[in-house]
Design a protein around this ligand. Sequence first.
Ligand SMILES: [Zn+2]
Ligand SMILES: [Zn+2]
Length: 178
Amino acid sequence: MKKSEYAKYLQSNHWQSLRKEVLKHTSSCERCRLPRWLASVAYDQDLNVHHTSYANLGNEDWMDLQVLCRYCHEIETFGRTDLRPVKSARCEMCGEIHYDVYAKLCRTCERVFNPPSLYELLESGTADDPIIFYALDGICLILRKHGVKADGINRYVTKQFEKLDKEASEAATTEVPF
Ligand SMILES: [Zn+2]
Ligand SMILES: [Zn+2]
């Protein structure tokens, strides 16, 4: 396919709606994990949907596509970029890249190891979040059974998070027989 044809394809309704659909399911760059909102602020462009294969053009499989920020997309396409990368930090707990450079932990670890206080949990109003829901459940149980003070409840919640984390890592290392 010629360059001009490809440029025309990128304007087509098919590609534009596929692109939007893919972005709806992605919240960050698949390479550097830059969140979508930060990508559009830093690089003045929404996350790009990149073709890793052109074999199925017009009838793409999602495996043919990769969501990249403008920075990573330029590196991928041209091998270089004039853009400056957004400052990042590594989580001291899990080693993942994150972009809140003043935080020691990524958001996941922050929630697992420094769970919010009872007050914050109740204020956050996101009880549909399974983790928060689980924590709230534990809090209610403790409240009903013992009437423990906030400190004790927080310790209980922390233990629950640790247990969940342990179960998750055990499940991850257990081989599934086929
Ligand atoms: Zn990126
Ligand atoms: Zn982490």
